[in-house]
Design a protein around this ligand. Sequence first.
Ligand code: SF4
Ligand code: SF4
Length: 344
Amino acid sequence: MDTNYLPLWKTLESPLVALDESHVELFSVLALFLLTLVALNVRRRRQGIRHLVQGISILVFFYIVYSCLGVFGMIRNTLHGITLIGTVFTESFFWMSLPVVVLSFSLASGPFFCGWICPTGTLQEIMTIARENLARLLSRVRVRPGPVARNILLLLFFSGFLLLVFWLGSTRQFYVEDSSLYWGASLFLLVFMVLSGVVRDEAIRGLRAASFWIIFISALMRTTIVSPVHFAFADVRDPASALTTLVLMVASLFLARAWCRYICPWGYLMGVVHRRSRLRVQADGECRDCGACARVCRVGAIQEGRVRLDQCQFCMACVDRCPQGRLKVVDTWQPTSGSPGAGS
Ligand code: SF4
Ligand code: SF4
């Protein structure tokens, strides 16, 4: 008999025992989700409330919560927790607590995580807002970097970063855990290709699925690839994670939420969940083609007046901006709310 395994009743008890270890994380993330639910019902100044929740979330996870809320780590931690269920190692729920809460709450309410809570997403949004303000400023002083100047700048960043990755590898300062740098290098390449017109934005959105399965398989093989933003949660020295975070922030200066659009594995999972979640943003009624919703959507999830559920981050900016009130949050569990398949 394998002594690592517990009797059935102990198996059921062990995740609850382990809950003790993660109460700060659980309560923090639950409180943030509840706050987002309140914000759902407050239409006035909702985007201000959203930015406040994002700010609180960054502070909570950087200074109080020590579990990884990184976009690779949550996938790895879930799989690690599953393998511990029923064994004498009672920390299974500790590893699974945050991802399980995020996934179940997203299904039972809406996929709030990306637009309201994710620290990686918030850092990109800060840069995107900075970019928008910078563009406004440049238009006032009539200095606009043309597409050629922008592409040269991006190419310089990209080549410099690739050189750094090669140098880290050749000097043996680069380990498997540091592989997130490859995601950073790929992101720069993708952004460069989109901005220079080599590929269409739409054509490479599917890469998030590949990113998810690479992280999933590497986690099954017990290979640790640390997430961007991981350096902020852990006490360990983690320069690769810090560098990847810097890369995705710089990439967002060129293309809003670039990491979320093309490469985020957790974002892919959130898109899958969104197709089955209770609440979703849906277009309904007459459109006057003013384009206000598409302009305000930072992930380009509105196409031809319809909301793409696999890309939508549930930020509700389009709902707040549409002058016709055509974009609504609908409850797909209520038969009167409209058909769940109306988004694409
Ligand atoms: S797509 Fe990824 S990085 Fe972006 S907000 Fe969602 S989980 Fe965070
Ligand atoms: S479609 Fe609307 S709710 Fe979804 S990400 Fe875009 S602006 Fe936010």
